[in-house]
Write a protein that binds this ligand. Sequence first.
Ligand code: SAM
Length: 342
Amino acid sequence: MMFKTIWFRLMHRYSGVSKQRSVVRLSSSAAEGAVAPPADCSVTAEQAVRLWARHFTLHGISEPLLSSQYIISHVLGEKTLERVSRKRLRDTLTDREIERVWKLCSKRLTRMPVQYVIEEWDFRDLTLKMKRPVFIPRPETEELVSLVLEDLQLIQGESHRTDLRGLEVGCGSGAISLSLLRSIPQLRVFALDQSQTAVCLTTENANRLGLQDRLDVHHLDVIKDADAILSKCDLVDFIVSNPPYLLSQDMKTLQTEIFRFEDHAALDGGLDGLSVIRSILGLGSKLLKKRGRIYLEVAPCHPPVIQQLIEDMMPGLLYLETHCDLTNRPRFCILQKKGEND
Ligand SMILES: C[S@@+](CC[C@H](N)C(=O)[O-])C[C@H]1O[C@@H](n2cnc3c(N)ncnc32)[C@H](O)[C@@H]1O
């Protein structure tokens, strides 16, 4: 590849950085992500954090300081900078470390989300491998998992069940299924996703966490493959999903990081944001055991629409509750398959 080299005189801005050559070398296009480390430059971790935070700011990268901190602590083998010793922060980085910092920060310069840059992210108590373009799990989904766990524990307490079966539609990196499996030893999950990359990533994460024996992962599309799902999956106690729920018209308002790097099929829920949700509800009527539940993460506009949909078109289901997220927006729906006396 041919790069026109531009020299940014940056290092002089940072006091204490000894500089045989005070530059960060950039390719002609930051989008190509080719930033070479400065030759013969000695820089401590602390200085590198400040340098890259400033450089990210200059290039309009969101969360510049956090991005720099995450990447540099990752290179130093820790999750956060707070976990790196003071001494290590003040030591000069080795040539290899500088090379890695510059390589990873160059990726961030292309607006690649930091989670894809460092190829891992924490979700609840799990560290998951991340791979572009599989959806990066969000904090609200941790709330969905807590809601499901609290609800299942209540039901378990009443019924003393020794086995539980769940279905996750759209498993992505496996965040939801793997968190539930980690917390409930008697649970087995059938997880599916329309993306082969997501299926492989969930499988890889399950293997890393030693949860693969209770998880079946399938490359299936809930809209197109309903018959295959019904034939492969046993009746379940619950269905959980953080489906694509954005309205198609809102896709263009997404942050560049998301729009350019994450799978649009993970986000775009069609004209009304309900295309996948409708199929999940249809599946629920057939696959849930009596009184089995559906837990959905949705857009704030969706709960009343889903409630109406259930009342008008799905006589086998009951709309139980809407839950708000930590910012008090209605984001989670709980539905139930009717029992004999409902
Ligand atoms: C918002 S992401 C959620 C991923 C993961 N569950 C999480 O919370 O991090 C939605 C997921 O649904 C998958 N998906 C989208 N449409 C689907 C469909 N028709 N059938 C199955 N999976 C689908 C996407 O590939 C994506 O992995």
